[in-house]
Ligand binder design. Sequence first.
Ligand code: C5P
Length: 229
Amino acid sequence: MTTAVIVVAAGSGTRLGHSEPKAFVPLGGDTILGVALDAVLGMREPPHVVLVVPAERVDEARERYAAVAAAASAPFDVVPGGETRQGSVSRGLAVLPRLIDTVLVHDAARPLTPPAVFEEVAAAVRARGRGVVPALAVVDTVKRVDPSGRVLETVDRSELAAMQTPQGFPRGALDWAYSHADEEYTDDAALVASTGLEVDVVHGDTRAFKITLPADLHRAEQLVAEREG
Ligand code: C5P
């Protein structure tokens, strides 16, 4: 087994309006993180899993999820996150064993991403030898707007795509990009592309939406209930 999935779950998620860090908010009888982990462990070949959680939740996450990973025969680690998402990914990367050659980075905040998406991204990284990111076409009309709220122009949406996770990379490329990044990026594809490495997109999945607002959590609850009902 040479694929690792780093699940970043160390954000506070203030827009969700919960006192808990977002990944620890209840979902479907578990937590957002627990549901995300189940999807990762649904891969046919169990990957090496690293959970990146708030420092004060490391012990709890280990106690809660180590047995779940062991039952799926997935090597498992939990590490404390950083100030930013990028800092959190970097801490996950730091603990990967040498034998890992393909790394997928996944937002815990996208818990309903189907296992098939992880498999497709991992297979595409191996086949193409470059970064691979699931993405959806942008369906809304998109406009550039100035800080005062004035519309400046309409952007050609046929050239746009909305990025999801898991984002996959050859391990060497991701390590190299992280060791050379000199600013903060909102996703790994941007960070890797900034260092001149190539990244492709594959079709994303509407179920890989990110839980940000209370309405997103409500939608996730409904989907979990439908899945289990
Ligand atoms: O804040 P946002 O929803 O964009 O975060 C995306 C993912 O990155 C979430 O799963 C969140 O837990 C994670 N994150 C992290 N460490 C941070 C900030 C965000 O692991 N410092």
